[in-house]
Design a protein around this ligand. Sequence first.
Ligand SMILES: [Zn+2]
Ligand SMILES: [Zn+2]
Length: 482
Amino acid sequence: MKKVFLWIISVLCGLIALLCLTNLPASWGGLLFAVPAVLINPKIRDLFEQKNVKLKWPAYLAAFLVPFVCFTGSMAALSPAQSVVQAPSSLVSSASISASSLASSDKTISSKPAPSTASTSVALASSQPVPTVQTDAKLKVHYLDVGQGDSEFVELPNGQTMLIDAGNPENGPEIISYIKNLKHNKIDYLIATHPHADHIGGMADVINAFTVGQMYMPRTSEADTPTTATYKGLLSTIKSKGVSVHTAKAGVSLFSAGNLSANLIAPCSTDYNDLNQYSAVMMLQYGDDKFLFTGDAGEPSESQITANVKADVLKVGHHGSSTSTSQAFLNKVKPKYAVIEVGAGNSYGHPTAATLSKLQNIGATIYRTDKDGTIIFTSDAKTITVDKKASTVKPQAPPSSNSATGTAGVVTGASSKSNGETVSKPTPPANNGDEITVYITDTGKKYHRDGCRYLNKSKHAISLSDAKAQGYEPCSVCDPPQ
Ligand SMILES: [Zn+2]
Ligand SMILES: [Zn+2]
């Protein structure tokens, strides 16, 4: 009878020890249950007795007490991180959610993502952990002046970074030095809103210069897929650097942790017949403050968005063109601030008077990169402040850009300081105002015209005067300006 009882206890202890082993890191302490399991086992006791080893009762007591103390101790230590133990099962469920949401291509996933669904889809989109936000940490959105093109660099309050678009091909090196001057060496989230050269132009350079976490691009229909050299170059860079690319579309969550989240709310379709409409549209939220990024999305895409688009800051679609920022969409967004990324004197007539007056009528304060240079919004999760600085990204920025606006933003004293921290070229006052851009390579001693075959391996934009000043000679094949 006593033997049966001992067998039961022995097997029980053994089971507990086994359970702990399979559920690591639940409790290393539980593993100590193996000790009483062995000591109590009548079979093993017989072995001991055969060898004339008598175990006294304090040995048994210790054998039981030690595992109990260790087990309860380790459980108490682990309890704040219970989620770690739970992770495997919740990951499985979120993975199945993600698989189904990815599979259902055109279906737009519910408008206002409930916090729970949002956080499950985090696991799907980005496998990297999202660091927690320190209280009083700031979110900074830099609307980079890249001339006629888009690029927005985001410093997240958790220390991570995001780059939405990378301007034109010649902007690549300038965007890189801007980000490096902010002491970042990683882009955690890279978003190519759509494959037009004024958005993905500098992206290959960016991928080569930084460690890239997750990249997002929209999937275009076969007929709409571009065949441009810029796009092909980007794809081959993505491949060679092994960057993981996710499909950008409505319903995808980049991350959601506490009061910080980034969700894609467009494109809602997979066939538009117009590349601009494929633009990834993103809502970035930090506490009470919401930033909406639209790429070049126009009315066709705007009208399909079912998510809540109410935002404090709107990156105005398609450089302020008349085909974007429909009244119906603007009524829903109701932005306090509108940012237009546009090049001075561009040939497209961007931004149009119609769009400007719509923005004014809704009460938005308008910022434009052609007049304000790079514009920096800072959010502490409750209030937003605005800072402008003379363009440090676009070399040909007008020198007067700092004083030119009549807009009523909070211009802090940071502009002079931030000017100092950027290396990029000072605006050359001479040269009749129109600086000529040429291209150099990593190793060559010649400068080239855009498109020259010598630019296949490496290509960096530089002003003609800088190229000459640095001793570069004109290429004899492409005959660049001299
Ligand atoms: Zn564009
Ligand atoms: Zn475009």
